[in-house]
Design a protein around this ligand. Structure first.
Ligand SMILES: Nc1nc2c(c(=O)[nH]1)N[C@H]1C(S)=C(S)[C@@H](COP(=O)(O)O)O[C@H]1N2
Ligand SMILES: [Mo]
Length: 194
């Protein structure tokens, strides 16, 4: 097997590799000059709701994560290096109830996206604060974005502000607008008719 075969195995069907980092989102980049107003709320079907201020969140333990990301618009970016907080660090404190089966991620300005609890809890999913050794740039989600690399990148909510645990799967913003409820790049679950 040569190097290009190895890369092929890492690129899902219908995707092409880019070394740039495209910026894609709906609406305005939030203005976060005043992080005193920022918090992250974890709520819904949990034993104890959680809320972290910016300072509290930045004091959580962090580690490096390496992954490949796949955007539904057909670009993939390999070998990304991030720094972030493991999902388990938040769940230790809030503890989802047994009825919790899905998660709705809530971002600034009302953007939402849904995923199964199991996918949210994978040890490859995390809350990113740095990309390539630097704090996230405003357009890539500063101060905190979700990263769920095994699903299409629209599930990786930028400007994350809330994590809601629910019993039933409800569509988020793009999912209401025709995107797939799950979004597995390896099965090309791009739109809801795929
Ligand atoms: N808050 C928020 N997060 C978002 C989006 C958005 O519109 N708002 N778009 C999603 C989509 S469709 C994609 S492809 C990725 C793009 O992330 P990037 O701009 O860092 O490449 O962010 C996702 N996260
Ligand atoms: Mo996207």
């Amino acid at each position: 097997m040569n190097a290009s075969d190895l890369q092929l195995n890492r690129v899902p069907p219908g995707q092409r590799v880019t070394t740039s980092f495209p910026v894609l989102h709906e609406g305005e980049v939030p203005d976060y000059r005043d992080l005193g107003q920022w918090n992250l709320r974890v709520f819904g079907l949990v034993e104890q709701e959680g809320e972290w201020s910016y300072e509290e969140f930045m004091a959580l333990p962090r580690r490096t994560f390496r992954n490949d990301i796949h955007c539904v618009t057909a670009w993939s970016r390999l070998d990304n290096e991030w720094e972030g907080v493991a999902v388990s660090a938040l769940l230790e404190r809030v503890r989802p109830k047994p009825e919790a089966k899905f998660v709705m991620l809530h971002a600034e300005h009302g953007f939402t996206t849904n995923l199964p609890l199991e996918d949210f809890m994978r040890d490859t999913s995390f809350l990113a604060v740095k990309f390539g050794g630097e704090p996230l740039t405003p357009e890539h989600g500063f101060p905190v974005r979700m990263v769920v690399p095994h699903l299409y990148f629209w599930k990786s909510a930028k400007w994350l502000r809330g994590i809601e645990f629910t019993a039933a799967d409800k569509p988020g913003f793009w999912e209401r607008n025709g995107y797939h409820m799950y979004g597995d790049p390896w099965r090309e679950q791009r739109y809801d008719f795929d």
